[in-house]
Write a protein that binds this ligand. Sequence first.
Ligand code: DP6
Length: 320
Amino acid sequence: MHATAIAQPNIALIKYWGKRNVSRNLPAVGSISITLSDLYTEVSIDFSSGLSQDELVVNGKRNIEMLPRISACIDSVAGGDRCRVRVSSKSNFPIAAGLASSASAFAATTVAIAGAAGLSFSTSELAKLAGQASGSAARSLYGGFAELKNSGENIEVTSLCSDDSWPIQVIVAITETGQKAVGSTVAMEFSRKTSPFYKSWIAQQDKDLDSARLAIDRRDFDGLATVAEHNCLKMHSVMWTSRPSLVYWNSATIACMQRIRRLQEDGCKVFFTIDAGPQVKAVCLPEYAIDVREALKKTPGVQQVMVSGLGTAARLIESS
Ligand code: DP6
């Protein structure tokens, strides 16, 4: 009746932006991500607390806004006629700020509920359940490089490469710790309905996925860098041209991108990617991680820098 699970956020290199089916949360495009090792969310679930309604505590504070989504996620795993639960979540990085905290939170919640309810699911079933709650969460059920497919009637994720078979480093430059103004779920619908570039974004995605898969397979860092940066900028073009316009960047975001461009000119094997928030993730080969970290630390507007390798799948750490 009690369980704790841990999940790491994942960062998409080929982005998920747009839904094919909103009620079933099916993505309109496939995506490829890397799961991080050093950032994490730990979720504890308690079914035996005799509550009249579900309770959610995030980093020590009661949270009402996320509760309906968490309750729906619990229903989908344990069934609607379950006992109410107390959910307690803590993360070692800023949440709702474009650092994939919903991915690690829903992945850990799904695994913890299954553990607390004594239900045994395969990884692909857990990914499907987590993905119904938040598309990107499905990818945190896998370590290393993972692909979330856009075909078929169900959410489906495949593993492309394990965390230890291509040791890549990610330097996260945090430029703002406040919560973003528009969450991804709502923002994606603005884009689908209003951006003149949305259709071509969808049409070009399979080509980007093919290029990224090939680059990962060949451990071709330059090939991956080229397609990942372009894919990220295309997603942000769709965001910028949505109505209302979704501009998640600040001046430090742009300063980091410019700094990374200069590092590239000096021969550093690094590229940037940015999600629905102002943080910049610099992906690099391990031998360049210190240079990238130092350069981003000194970039004006950067508040904090976190360094991570690639991590493993979401997992249960205790249950009773
Ligand atoms: C920009 O997975 O948060 O990070 O399915 O509506 O919960 P929902 O969206 P979410 O969107 C992630 C968007 C992104 C790109 C990505 O992670 O692929």
